[in-house]
Design a protein around this ligand. Sequence first.
Ligand code: TEU
Length: 560
Amino acid sequence: MVYQVYPRSFADGDGDGVGDIPGIRAHVDHLAWLGVDVVWLSPVYRSPMDDNGYDISDYHDVDPLFGTLDDLDGLIADLHERGIRLVMDLVVNHTSSSHAWFQESRSGRDSAKRDWYWWRPPREGHVGGEPGAEPTNWGSAFSGPAWTYDPDSGEYYLHLFAPSQPDLNWENPEVREAVYSMMRWWLDRGVDGFRMDVINMISKAGLEDGELGGPGGPIDTTTHGDPGPFVLNGPRVHEFLQEMHREVFADRPAGLLTVGETPATSVEEARRYTDPERREVDMVFQFEHVDLDSGPGGKWDVVPMSLLDLKASLGRWQEGLADVGWNSLYLGNHDQPRSVSRFGDDSPEYRAASAKALATVLHLHRGTPYVYQGDEIGMANAPLATVDDLRDIESVNAHRALLARGATGEEAMAAIRAKSRDHARTPMQWDADEHAGFTTGTPWLPANPDHVEVNVAAQREDPDSVLHHYRALIALRHDEPVVAHGDFTMLLPDHPQVYAFTRRLDDVVLLVVANLSSQPATARFDPTWDDAEPLLATTAHPTAGTWSLTPWETAVLIRR
Ligand code: TEU
């Protein structure tokens, strides 16, 4: 399994209130104890931090906020000593506008690197800089237009995210070679692979106006069009990934991991990305299940999500990638609300039970499980009372845009409270001390007040805790080949409360049953399961195939 560290929020070694690499090194034992195989480290490169490091100004150095290259070498060594691999975040759809490449590119129309980014003149008949003069009507993911005017050269540059995140032009072979050579540099340094940020956006299909209010479009869809059809899974993306594989990975020893982040990607497209024969990436992060609570108006148009939808979605991915390709399994990361608050029940009564139930279901699917820091103790969403509690560029801008579109302050905050990325970014809760043991200084984002109850130290002492349950699940995957390799069959797809499936490898069958609701549930399974061997503290006692489950109760049985 892969454990994601978001360095800014994991552990602060020097007391400046921001997590750093020495902080991570101080907690490597936690990762080893948990049974982590691979760490995915969110960006630690030099960056102005407009998007917390997803805006990189130097790919070959560590930002002083996080430490030094020596610290990173030390972390790699610490992890390797314990048999844990390190995967770096690779953000190459765009750079920071402070990157030397962009500085050179914007220096003038005849700059040697002009073509490394997407520069376009104002729309015909328009004066540069005036509203509507943008080369296309696209909105950016962080609100506002996806083009910013550069008065010095009289042209616009493209940024699908913030204006400080200009998109690289992958059509230019020099850009691709610069990226590949940087990747080789990191592999030579000892890293074990890459998580590739929005890698399905690197090939652009053409720069044409998008549909106003189109699905997946940005928030201010009345004025901006959806770039999706022109930038997602574009015409050359598979060619580029195959080239990257040849140039970077082909001649390296086995054991490197590649995972592409691919919003708005279908099962069919994911099969192409992850078919081993095609030599692109090992797996992708698909977004279908984390988009279930988004309505036609996009991310901030929050709609309820049903368990039936979740089962149908994850089940379709299990089926779709059964014969070729491979799934990555996740319920949360640094961009998503906390999984226990979104898919579970974070009330004091059911927090622990629901966190465990969700983990059981996810980890026993076929694929590679990803654990986002803090999920292993059931960390919940932050209170986020007012706009002053927001730090994330996306949330801050979305709040402004929602108000501009006519939402009341309370409506805007309700949407933000449901989806803000800040939820995932509150400090890791190590203990019950002030600031949760994250820092001796003042944390950049306050610790969730519930850390007095919910923390690593308390759960290490409690064999019945969420933390111990995660550890047992991770061990089970290592010990029982059926978990890693067995095939997957969904059961009771129409049951509104129970998530159930089997895994089978030769003569070994695993049955997983979970009541993913805060009410009691009953379900029927083949009576031959009545006396099967229970795993993972399973206590359910079926009678003649009928099971009665308490809220969020799970049962895992094995037949050999
Ligand atoms: O995220 C890309 C992405 O598609 C989104 O989930 C995005 O975070 C946003 O929430 C859309 O509503 C990746 C990174 O994971 C994210 O942290 C970066 O901000 C983004 O790319 C730009 O690099």
